[in-house]
Design a protein around this ligand. Structure first.
Ligand code: FES
Length: 116
C-alpha cells in the first residue's frame, strides 16, 4: 500500500473538511472528526460537488452543492445507503505531523485522458 503526503495535520482542525489534490490527480476530501482523520473521494456521487468543501457535523459531511449528507466513516449516503451512492474511502495515516493517504495504484483518475 502506497501512502502519499496530503496535508499537514495542523492545517485540518477538528470539525473541518478540506479538499486536497494528491499527486497523480486524485481529489480527496479530508475530514477531521474530533482528531480522527478520514479520507474520501472528493467527488460527490450526485452531481460531482466537492465534498471537501462541505460542512462537517459530527461524522457526517454535507455536500456544498445540494446538501446530500454522507457518513465519513463508511462513505454511505445518510438517506439512501446504497452502493450506487457510496463514496470511495481511502486509508489514512499521520506521520511526522503529515496526513498521508493511500490511493489505489491500479486506476489512476487521469488514466486514458489526454494530457500534454
Ligand atoms: S453534487 Fe453533492 S449533493 Fe448534489
Amino acid at each position: 500500500m502506497r501512502f502519499i503526503k496530503a496535508l499537514p495535520l495542523d492545517a485540518l482542525k477538528p470539525g473541518q473538511c478540506r479538499a486536497v489534490e494528491l499527486e497523480g490527480g486524485y481529489g480527496v476530501a479530508l475530514c477531521n472528526v474530533e482528531g480522527e482523520i478520514f479520507a474520501l473521494d472528493n467527488t460527490c456521487p450526485h452531481a460531482g460537488g466537492p465534498l471537501g468543501e462541505g460542512t462537517l457535523r459530527g461524522d457526517i459531511v454535507e455536500c456544498p452543492w445540494h446538501g446530500w449528507k454522507f457518513h465519513v466513516r463508511t462513505g454511505q449516503r445518510v438517506k439512501n445507503p446504497s452502493p450506487e451512492w457510496t463514496i470511495p474511502r481511502y486509508a489514512v495515516k499521520v506521520e511526522d505531523g503529515m496526513i498521508q493517504v493511500s490511493i489505489p495504484l491500479s486506476t489512476p483518475p487521469d488514466q486514458g485522458e489526454a494530457s500534454d
